[in-house]
Ligand binder design. Structure first.
Ligand code: GLY
Length: 395
């Protein structure tokens, strides 16, 4: 493993001086979200929103792409927040759609099965014991297993399995492998956990640079499995750190720590988290790549901050008492979430509205730049629910 150097947290006082969120702030923010979701349900019926808004509104979509599970996950979170059966009934209809999607193999030849099936079907099973959801999520886990490359020991993100131009992992998959841990827990079959653990170790070994910043993707030699090098796809450049990639690492390490409890990973977590926090601009919501700061005229990616807040909230319980970063992280996560509540949720539309504004899907393709997106919405609401109660996570 390369030697990751941990930057000190540059300005802990910037965070410590901010009060933690109050229950009143959280309740008000959840109330605003629930009202927007109710509005969106009227527009959507049983269809799904597109991945990102365009001019502030989502369009309707079939159950395709990698993001529809977030909409179903939002419904489950609303059900948890309110107990309102209307959210549950609609989410259960989506479970039928997800079961059909994996049975018919509709747009499932990629690694995003965890993003799709965890907040939709694993959530359904955990919350209500839905057996169709359990079976669909296990089929999705089996499909994800087919993406594993023993040469290099990683799950291949995209493209035909084994092809040289696609022989790489991407850091986003840190949120896909919890589906495999869940499948092992559920079935008692060890192979899912073994693949998840190998992919996790490979990601930590190669996708984090010595300065604790993230490569978005990392290539291997298909003939030998030897490491080749890091490349970006959604970041600014191969040697910059895409903000959402850094956030996927923060949350991914926290989720995997929850299962594996390897204390060596705590310093890795703190190194990648400090790297992220040290590059937050004035309002604590990062630009879409951490190379940019205030004055850059670039767009913010609010979703990266929402993901990081969830990861920091999850990891907080494992940080040792007396670790000076512990209180700083507690206040930082709270202040970041407050900034999202206060500065990134005001704009609404009479169409299908985002819960969280000002994210970036893909700067290079021009898709969803300075727009809302479904994962930003989901992780924003997940963060609020985490602050509302002791949440039994879906991941
Ligand atoms: N997992 C794809 C993205 O974060 O845009």
């Amino acid at each position: 493993m390369s030697q990751i150097k941990m930057e000190p947290l540059a300005e802990p006082k910037r965070f410590i001086d901010q009060p933690v969120l109050t229950p009143g702030e959280i309740d008000a923010a959840i109330g605003t979200v629930v009202a927007k979701v109710e509005h969106n349900i009227v527009k959507l019926g049983e269809t799904f929103p597109t991945s990102a808004t365009h001019d502030g509104s989502y369009s309707t979509s079939k159950n395709v792409e990698w993001t529809t599970g977030f909409w179903t996950g939002i419904l489950w979170l609303c059900y948890e927040a309110t107990g309102d059966e209307r959210f549950r009934r609609l989410a259960e209809k989506h479970v039928v759609s997800f079961a059909d999607r994996i049975d018919q193999e509709i747009d499932v030849d990629h690694h995003d099965l965890g993003f799709l099936y965890t907040p939709s079907c694993v959530a359904a099973y955990k919350l209500t014991g839905n057996e169709l959801a359990r079976s669909a999520a296990l089929k999705a886990a089996d499909k994800l297993m087919t993406r594993y490359n023993p040469k290099g020991e990683f799950i291949q993100a995209w493209g035909p399995k084994g092809s040289a131009e696609n022989y790489r992992l991407i850091v986003d998959a840190m949120l896909n492998i919890p589906l495999l841990f869940w499948a092992s827990d559920e079935t008692g079959v060890a192979k899912y956990r073994e693949v998840a653990t190998k992919h996790y170790a490979t990601t930590l070994r190669y996708a984090i640079r010595d300065d604790a910043s993230a490569f978005h993707t990392f290539y291997f030699d298909p003939a030998t499995g030897a490491p080749v090098g890091g490349k970006t796809r959604q970041g600014y450049s191969d040697d910059s750190s895409w903000a959402r990639g850094q956030a996927w690492l923060i949350y991914g390490i926290a989720l995997n720590y929850t299962r594996l409890q390897d204390t060596a990973d705590i310093s890795t977590y703190e190194a990648v988290t400090n790297y992220f926090l040290n590059r937050l601009p004035q309002d604590l919501v990062s630009y879409w790549d951490l190379i940019f700061g205030d004055g850059s005229l670039q767009a913010k990616d609010s979703s990266a901050t929402a993901i990081a807040v969830c990861g920091m909230n999850q990891m907080q319980q494992f940080l040792p008492e007396g670790d000076p970063l512990r209180p700083a992280y507690e206040h930082a996560a709270s202040a970041m979430l407050r900034s999202l509540i206060d500065g990134y949720t005001a704009e609404t539309t009479s169409g299908i509205t985002a819960l969280l504004n000002h994210g970036v899907y893909s700067w290079h393709s021009g898709r969803g730049v300075d727009e809302g997106n479904l994962w930003g919405d989901y992780f924003y609401l997940e963060a609020l629910i985490r602050y509302k109660k002791h949440w039994q996570m879906y991941w």
